[in-house]
Design a binder for this molecule. Structure first.
Ligand SMILES: [Zn+2]
Length: 328
C-alpha cells in the first residue's frame, strides 16, 4: 500500500531528521524506500553516524593486572515493568519493586563482601521511587551511580529536543538524590537515536556504555570524526536478562549461564582486555541466580590478575593511557 510508511522509509526519515545526512536518493526510476536502491553516499553516511574509532585498550591495567572487570547493574525496577510503555499493571510492577526491596540489597552485600567496585545505572524514576537505594550503594564509598534515562524511554521513538530534555532532567534528578553528578551514560535498551551521541557530548559525559563494536574500550566516531567519548561496550551474551526469563523461550539454567560468563572472562584474561557484564538487580538478585554471580566472582578472584573497577575509573584510566584530555 503506497500510503503506508514502510519500515525502511521510517528509518530514512529518522536518520535524516537526526543528523542531516542526505536523503536517500533512488537510482533512476526506482523507489528510494528499498535498501538495495540506496546510493553509496547514503549508505556510507548512515553507517558512519556513530562508529568505532581507535582501540583504547591499554598496554597494561593498574597494578599490572591482566584484565579489567567492570560489573554493571541496570537498576530498571518498575520502569521496565510497565512504566516505560504506559502499560500499568499491578503484578508486573510488584516484580519491579522486588528490585529495590530485596534484590539490590542482596547484590550490594555480595559486591561489598567480595570488595568489587561496581556501577549502578539508574533510570531516574527507579531512584525517585526508592531513593534509599542511593544510600545503600554509596555506603561503602567504592561504587558508582550513573544514568540510564528518565523512565527507560526508547530514544529511537523520541524527537531530539524531547530526548535531550529527558536526559537533562534525569541527570538533575539523580544528582539531587545522590549528591553527585553522574558522569556515565547507558542508553535504555542499549540503542541510540540519531541524536543520542550529540546529546551525550553536549552534556559532557566521561563515557558511554551501550554499543557493541568491540569487547575492548574504544573511542566513538561521529560522522567519521573522533569525539573524545570513551565507549565501554556491552553485549547481549554478557547480559542476564535475556537468558533468565522463565517465561521466555531462551531460558537457561543460571549455572550454565555462569559457565558462559566464565569462558568470556577467561578469554578476556588471556587476551589482556576487558570483561564488562551487565546485570539487573531484579533479575540477578534472585536466590538461585546470585549463586551464579557469586561463582563467577569467586572464579575471578581465584584466578588473580584482575582489576575490578567502576566504569568511571576504567574510562579515566584508558583516557589517561591514550593521552586524551581529562574530563572533569
Ligand atoms: Zn535498562
Amino acid at each position: 500500500m503506497k500510503h503506508v510508511l514502510t519500515a525502511s522509509a521510517l528509518v530514512t526519515a529518522l536518520l535524516v531528521a537526526g543528523c542531516g545526512i542526505p536523503d536517500a536518493p533512488a537510482q533512476s526510476g526506482q523507489s528510494p524506500d528499498e535498501p538495495w536502491n540506496w546510493s553509496e553516499e547514503y549508505i556510507r553516511s548512515a553507517v558512519n553516524q556513530v562508529r568505532a574509532g581507535r582501540d583504547l585498550n591499554p598496554d597494561s591495567w593498574p597494578g599490572g593486572a591482566r584484565v579489567a572487570v567492570l560489573l554493571s547493574y541496570d537498576v530498571d525496577n518498575e520502569t521496565v515493568q510497565g512504566l516505560r510503555t504506559g502499560d500499568i499493571s499491578i503484578g508486573p510492577l510488584s516484580q519491579g519493586q522486588y528490585g529495590s526491596r530485596v534484590a539490590l540489597p542482596r547484590v550490594v552485600r555480595l559486591m561489598n563482601a567480595e570488595n568489587v567496585p561496581s556501577t549502578f545505572f539508574f533510570p531516574a524514576w527507579s531512584l525517585k521511587l526508592a531513593p534509599e537505594q542511593a544510600e545503600l550503594i554509596q555506603g561503602s564509598g567504592m561504587h558508582e551511580i550513573a544514568v540510564h534515562g528518565w523512565i527507560h524511554e526508547l530514544n529511537t521513538s523520541l524527537d531530539g529536543p524531547t530526548e535531550e530534555r529527558l536526559l537533562r532532567q534525569a541527570v538533575d534528578a539523580i544528582q539531587e538524590i545522590t549528591g553527585e553528578r553522574p558522569v556515565g551514560y547507558r542508553a535504555p535498551s542499549w540503542n541510540h537515536s540519531p541524536n543520542t551521541l550529540r546529546i551525550v557530548r553536549d552534556l559532557g559525559f566521561l563515557y558511554e556504555s551501550s554499543l557493541m563494536a568491540d569487547d575492548r574500550p574504544y573511542e566513538l566516531l561521529q560522522d567519521g570524526e573522533p569525539t573524545g567519548v570513551v565507549e565501554l561496550p556491552v553485549e547481549w551474551i554478557l547480559d542476564d536478562a535475556p537468558l533468565f526469563n522463565p517465561r521466555g523461550n531462551s531460558y537457561m539454567n543460571p549455572r550454565d549461564v555462569m559457565q558462559v560468563w566464565i569462558d568470556e572472562f577467561d578469554k578476556a584474561w588471556e587476551e589482556g582486555t576487558m570483561f564488562l557484564l551487565t546485570m539487573h538487580p531484579h533479575v540477578i538478585g534472585h536466590r538461585s541466580r546470585i549463586v551464579a554471580l557469586e561463582g563467577l566472582v569467586d572464579h575471578m578472584q581465584a584466578k588473580g590478575g584482575v582489576w575490578f573497577a567502576t566504569h568511571a575509573d576504567a574510562a579515566r584510566y584508558v583516557r589517561a593511557q591514550a593521552g586524551m584530555p581529562e574530563v572533569p
